[in-house]
Design a protein around this ligand. Structure first.
Ligand SMILES: Cc1cc2nc3c(=O)[nH]c(=O)nc-3n(C[C@H](O)[C@H](O)[C@H](O)COP(=O)(O)OP(=O)(O)OC[C@H]3O[C@@H](n4cnc5c(N)ncnc54)[C@H](O)[C@@H]3O)c2cc1C
Length: 451
């Protein structure tokens, strides 16, 4: 009997080998930069018992194993050349209306979680893309447009069930396996075990308004500088993505896309300095219900291959820093991917910063902006296009070191980051390593930037 036949006999879920229908869909990384990394098999697990059996089988055979939730890791961390555990069938979402506790299966994707929360008019901070998995999101922190008011996804986590490297299952919370619970709140997915369920504390939906404002490229520096000051003074209810971007053959665009937990009239007042700094080419500022806002702010992408590098800054970037970004976008080498390249200031801070650095594994509790720099290409473009794009991004990330510290968001995973332990985990790196030694001493769960 082959190893695969033995595994097939052990589990209730479906094991697929290359060529089987559904194999690609169940194991392909979202980021096509890593499309050539293909596993030997993918197991769509039926429940936590399958996860435990597969881990035992992997230890017996020496075939590496990796968990795959939504498959959206920027670095392709949920695919390997061994066995991929596809968790997407563990996707139940259960709401207890009396406590507002929401229990979510470890492989549920945003679309399903939003749909069930919507029925109950309850919310906790979530990502804005349909197919991102709850596991990757919460284990790396999880930043939402409401995080300045409500904290990170992991700040709403109350408990989680984890299948460990020895095949046993534990529930961890503030009172049980507290070190593991600490690590599961921002230490990064794929490190300590396979989380088969998460319970969150939800809350009632607030009233909201949204904005989508665009400016022409010559106004980039003025708008960026003004928006940084707007956000420095803004109430926690307002958050935005302040972006500059360019696709090949087109002019650059400046955008502010955001949500305010208050009426549109207030949002218009908050944005007034930026609207006065330069004439907007489009300004859509409107009252929307929470659910209309979620649909409106829904993230879409052309897909393909991409790379993202990040820094965090506790204060507005100096004007020379803004100029460095805008000049780089002007000099972007180009590619055929319509997503193009650019940079964005994601507004963090607020309630995120109310949590002490050592209280959860997520270390970035003193940040005003996540500075995210990105580029994209099509997977069939020549290697020199890929090289030029990656070199461009590396140079921008390096040049921004003068203006923003070496701190990076583990969920915007950057496989080209040198000192990733310090950048992702900061002062929490040593404790994360201890938790890893305790719960996974043989490093059953391993990848290039694993703790
Ligand atoms: C289009 C897009 C939109 C995004 N939007 C946001 C956003 O709004 N906010 C934000 O903070 N981030 C966002 N991200 C980043 C996202 O949070 C990370 O990419 C996240 O890791 C994806 O989780 P996943 O389950 O889809 O990915 P996967 O690739 O399946 O998993 C990522 C890592 O977590 C591990 N993992 C996944 N599930 C489990 C589990 N149940 N137990 C143990 N380990 C697990 C995997 O092994 C892997 O190491 C976005 C990414 C994309 C591509």
């Amino acid at each position: 009997m082959t190893g695969w036949e033995r595994l097939r006999g052990l589990v209730d879920g479906r094991l697929r080998l290359p060529g089987d229908s559904g194999f690609d869909e169940a194991s392909r990384p979202f980021n096509e930069r890593f499309r050539d990394v293909r596993p030997a098999a993918v197991l769509s697990v039926a429940g936590s018992a399958d996860v435990s059996r597969a881990i035992g089988w992997s230890r017996d055979t020496g075939v590496p194993i990796v968990a795959r939730g939504g498959g959206h890791s920027y670095a392709g961390n949920s695919v390997n050349r061994g066995l991929v555990l596809d968790l997407r069938d563990i996707d139940g979402v259960h709401v207890d209306p009396s406590t507002a506790l929401v229990t979510v299966g470890g492989g549920a994707q945003m679309r399903k979680v939003y749909a069930v929360l919507r029925e109950h008019d309850l919310i906790f901070p979530l990502g804005n893309s349909d197919d991102v998995g709850i596991g990757g999101l919460v284990l790396g922190g999880g930043v939402s447009v409401v995080s300045r008011a409500m904290g990170l996804t992991c700040d709403s986590l109350v408990s989680t069930d984890v299948v460990l490297a020895d095949g046993s299952t534990v529930t961890c919370s503030e009172t049980e396996h507290t070190d593991l619970f600490w690590a599961c709140r921002g230490g990064g997915g794929g490190n300590f075990g396979v989380n088969t369920s998460f319970t969150f504390q939800a809350r009632p939906v607030p009233a909201t308004s949204t904005c989508l404002v665009l400016w022409d490229w010559p106004h980039a520096i003025d708008v960026l500088a003004t928006m940084q000051e707007v956000m420095r003074r803004a109430p926690n209810g307002f958050a935005a993505r302040i972006g500059v971007s360019r696709a090949a053959g087109e002019d650059g665009v400046v955008s502010v896309i955001g949500q305010h937990l208050g009426p549109a009239a207030e949002l218009r007042e908050l944005l007034a300095p930026a609207l006065a700094a330069a004439p907007a080419s489009r300004a859509d500022i409107a009252d929307r219900t929470y659910w209309e806002a979620a649909d409106y702010l829904h993230h879409t992408t052309a897909g393909g291959a991409f790379a993202v590098r990040t820094r965090c800054t506790p204060a507005p970037l100096a004007e020379d820093g803004l100029r460095t970004i805008v000049t780089a976008v002007d000099k972007w080498p180009g590619s055929a991917n319509p997503d193009g390249a650019g940079a964005a200031l994601f507004t963090w801070g607020g309630a995120i910063n109310d949590v002490p650095v050592s209280e959860t594994a997520f270390p970035h509790r003193d940040v005003l902006f996540l500075v995210s720099m990105d580029t994209s290409w099509q997977p069939d473009e020549p290697p020199e296009v890929v090289r030029e794009n990656l070199d461009w991004l590396t140079a921008l990330h390096r040049d921004m070191g003068e203006f923003a510290p070496d701190a990076s968001y583990v969920n915007f995973t950057d496989p080209d980051l040198d000192d990733w332990r310090a950048a992702y985990h900061g002062p929490n790196a040593a404790r994360l390593a201890e938790v890893k030694r305790h719960y996974d001493p043989d490093r059953v769960f391993s990848f290039s930037q694993a703790i």
